[in-house]
Design a protein around this ligand. Structure first.
Ligand code: SF4
Ligand code: SF4
Length: 436
């Protein structure tokens, strides 16, 4: 496990230093230094916004390719339910699942099966009333990381239940061991993912704990081969085992609708998510029980590794639901099985550390205040930092100098010019005196 792994990378050669990305990044994780973007890994939450706005494609998503499956005796494709909305006129999940078997997988498992179990477990959790209102879904790793970094007081609101990807990976592996008798290391579980956020969480699991996933393949990597294979299918295997409750997790409001409660709210898109979190922090939603937040528009179908327009994929998923039973997966116990719970609580994360020493940190904070007072407060980004506040922090920590601010530089040039002109006038007067 690479603790600094992020699925969003920069190709410096393509970066023109245009500052589009620093203005868009929700956590202020990007700086422009020497004309090129630089991502501060400790602040990056893998939302993919910088990829969406980069005009030169210098920011890109990293994911595994199909070749990662080589070397495993038994290969399982773990499907995000977002894949179904990518396919036109789909009425039967088995078309997609059978096509995955034709392109090299031995088995296919829907994460929507685990989503149905999580919906049931969350209903039990909500009925227990042993939580702080409102409960915030833990399903989107980007949202949880955003809460840890920017809304630390809301960490205790995050649902303690693991994500569908993680629970499904365990279920798929166990089923495969029972079916084949193979040792676990001979079985490869490969998640077919819609987003960078889940790529990072699978490879560097800091929220949901060890995932048991051996590779994460972007939907965009397999899409064309999948569609071409589906077109040639004359019969399909009966593999699908999830209903509309699980498949609906792919689109906005799907997770909340399964809770059978009217006191819920959904928000998708990183700016909307930040606005909702701010209002929860201000205790504006007093009657709300559950909040479903996704970093992407329209829900997970809007992930950066999908192929189709998110709203089109959402519409297709809604139509597909007509052909599905309500739910196919149910918990076998009265309570919530402990293996479905996060192993550790969600805690705040300090982004940019000022100092390990409290007195030094206070001194740096004073310095930041002093520098910020000299700045115009326009958050123009011309200095290479996303805002005047972050620029003041960068200067105080020695990563930038005050002269990187064009306004401070302009004032200094004007001051210098004034001094020069005064000096010139003095010299002129002295010469006039000499002539007298
Ligand atoms: S958006 Fe960011 S990464 Fe892309 S060219 Fe501009 S500065 Fe570079
Ligand atoms: S992925 Fe999101 S958080 Fe990370 S650098 Fe890009 S915009 Fe910022």
């Amino acid at each position: 496990m690479d603790k600094m792994f992020h699925a969003v990378r920069l190709d410096s050669d393509k970066c023109t230093g245009c500052i589009n990305c620093i203005k868009r990044c929700p956590t202020g994780a990007i700086r422009i230094r020497s004309g090129k973007a630089k991502v501060l890994k400790e602040l990056c939450i893998d939302c993919g916004e910088c990829i969406r706005v980069c005009p030169t494609h210098a920011m890109k998503a990293v994911y595994d390719h199909l070749s990662i499956t080589e070397g495993y005796e038994y290969k399982i494709a773990l499907l995000s339910p977002t894949i179904f909305g990518q396919i036109r006129n789909l009425e039967d999940l088995d078309y997609v699942m059978t096509a995955f078997k034709k392109i090299g997988f031995d088995d296919v498992f829907e994460t929507s099966r685990a989503a149905e179990l999580i919906s049931e477990a969350t209903r039990k959790y909500m009925n227990s009333k042993s939580y702080e209102y409102p409960v915030i879904s833990s399903a989107c790793p980007t949202v949880v990381k955003l809460i840890q970094l920017k809304f630390p007081d809301l960490c205790s609101h995050v649902s303690p239940i693991k994500s569908p990807m993680q629970i499904a990976a365990k279920m798929a592996r166990e089923e495969a061991i029972n079916k084949t008798g193979l040792d676990t290391e001979k079985i490869g579980v490969f998640y077919i993912s819609p987003c960078t956020s889940e790529v990072t969480e699978a490879k560097n699991p800091i929220i949901h704990g060890e995932t048991g996933i051996d590779g994460v393949i972007g939907i965009c990597e397999v899409y064309h081969q999948l569609v071409a294979t589906m077109e040639k299918l004359d019969k399909v295997d009966a593999i699908a085992n999830s209903g509309l409750i699980g498949v609906s997790w792919a689109i906005d409001g799907g997770e909340s609708a399964a809770l059978m409660s009217s006191h819920y709210l959904f928000a998708g898109g990183i700016e909307n998510v930040m606005n909702v979190l701010e209002e929860i922090e201000e205790k504006k939603f007093k009657r709300l029980h559950f909040v479903e937040l996704r970093a992407c528009d329209a829900g997970c179908v809007g992930g950066i590794l999908t192929v189709k327009n998110p709203f089109m994929a959402k519409a297709r998923t809604q139509i597909l639901r007509k052909y599905l039973p309500v739910s196919m997966n149910h918990l076998e116990t009265d309570g919530i099985p402990t293996e479905m719970l996060l192993g550790a609580s969600i805690n705040p994360v300090e982004g940019m550390k000022l100092s390990d020493n409290l007195f030094d940190a206070l001194a740096i904070m004073q310095k930041i205040d002093g520098i910020e007072k000299k700045l115009p407060g326009l958050d123009c980004g011309a200095c290479g930092s996303p805002s005047c506040k972050t620029f003041a922090e960068d200067v105080a920590l020695g990563y930038s100098t005050e002269n990187d601010c064009v306004f401070i530089m302009r004032d200094q040039v004007q001051h210098f010019a004034k001094q020069m002109s005064l000096l010139g006038m003095n010299l002129g007067e002295n010469r006039a005196d000499d002539n007298d």
